[in-house]
Ligand binder design. Structure first.
Ligand code: NAP
Length: 285
């Protein structure tokens, strides 16, 4: 039997990788929609599309991810993370569709010294995190058959990302301020796409964390140095400093040590978890 999978936000960095992998899955029909083909803020259009195509599964890769800009753009761009997800969840409930969407480590406050498990209390510190918590609730309040995958800083989908920014700035001989006290688990988008396809194939339900394995986290500075070294660029141009001294264009609260625990995912697919250094090396060649 063919499984019809609809992908929204299909031209996002993650969406492109997910679609590529789905297209080579057996017994799968992929129905991919970029924003200009299906705006998830348009509920009527979402309902009409799902009614017409009758997918069994929706994977939503749309989102607004600019954490600093989110502080000042609440009414507009950020709505995709909450109202957009509400439209998808309501439609999925109506047509009994399994819905997968993506959330973020920003739902946690980052005060813990250990990685967070999926069930721990949410306590977002900024508007982006609040929008992601809201999106999660839109889904979990309306559906039983859903999958939320939380992740951390993504790179490698072909569009602009933190790796391309580091290469651009250092390549042009400009210095770059990078936090030495904000901890991340940098994640190659191809690996997150593979983890997503694996979970969706098993109809996994509930909340899962997935990142490349960074143990208890690496600082942005450590990651940026590794990128510079792989790219043969001058890492001395990186200026390590506390995150409170970095200019985000306005006040911004960040979760200093929000690292996502991977135990639940590892129990299902241990071979799909690899160290961040290995993922970065294979991406940067
Ligand atoms: N990037 C990260 O570091 C990160 C970390 C953790 C979790 N995530 C989550 O992973 C998912 C994918 O992230 P990404 O970095 O791949 O995203 P991205 O490259 O920033 O792309 C976001 C996509 O959402 C689309 N979009 C925006 N509003 C839309 C709407 N109303 N209807 C339909 N599509 C809309 C955009 O369309 P246009 O191309 O037309 O603008 C764009 O293609 C998001 O849920 C994100 O929150 C990302």
């Amino acid at each position: 039997m063919i499984r019809k999978i609809m992908v929204t936000g299909a031209s996002s960095n993650l969406g492109r990788s997910v679609v590529q992998l789905l297209e080579i899955q057996a017994n799968t029909e992929v129905l991919a929609f970029a924003q200009d083909e299906l705006d998830i803020l348009d509920e009527e259009m979402v309902v009409a599309t799902v009614e017409r195509l009758q997918p069994s599964t929706i994977i939503n890769c749309a989102g607004f991810n600019d954490v600093a800009a989110a502080e000042s753009r609440l009414a507009t761009k950020l709505a995709v993370n909450t109202r957009g997800l509400c439209n998808l969840a309501r439609t999925a409930a109506k047509f009994r569709v399994y819905l997968c969407s993506f959330s973020s480590k920003y739902v946690f406050n980052g005060k813990s010294s250990d990685p967070y498990d999926e069930g721990e209390d949410l306590w977002p510190l900024n508007q982006y995190g609040i929008s992601k918590q809201g999106g999660e609730e839109m889904v979990s309040n309306q559906l039983e058959n859903y999958l939320i995958i939380r992740s951390d800083l993504l790179y490698g989908g072909g569009g602009e990302d933190w790796v391309s920014r580091i290469k651009e700035e250092l390549g042009a001989g400009r210095s770059l301020a990078v936090s030495n006290d904000f901890f991340i688990a940098p994640t190659y988008i191809g690996d997150l796409a593979a983890a997503t396809v694996a979970l969706v194939s098993e109809w996994a339900a509930g909340v899962y964390h997935y990142t490349n394995d960074a143990g208890n986290g690496v600082t942005c500075y450590e990651f940026a140095r590794a990128v510079a070294e792989h790219a043969g660029l001058d890492s001395a141009l990186l200026k390590p400093m506390p995150m409170t001294e970095i200019d985000f264009g306005g006040p911004l609260n960040l979760p200093e040590h929000a690292i996502l625990g991977l135990d639940q995912f590892k129990k299902l697919f241990p071979s799909l978890v690899r160290p961040w250094q290995e993922a970065l090396a294979s991406y940067m060649g």
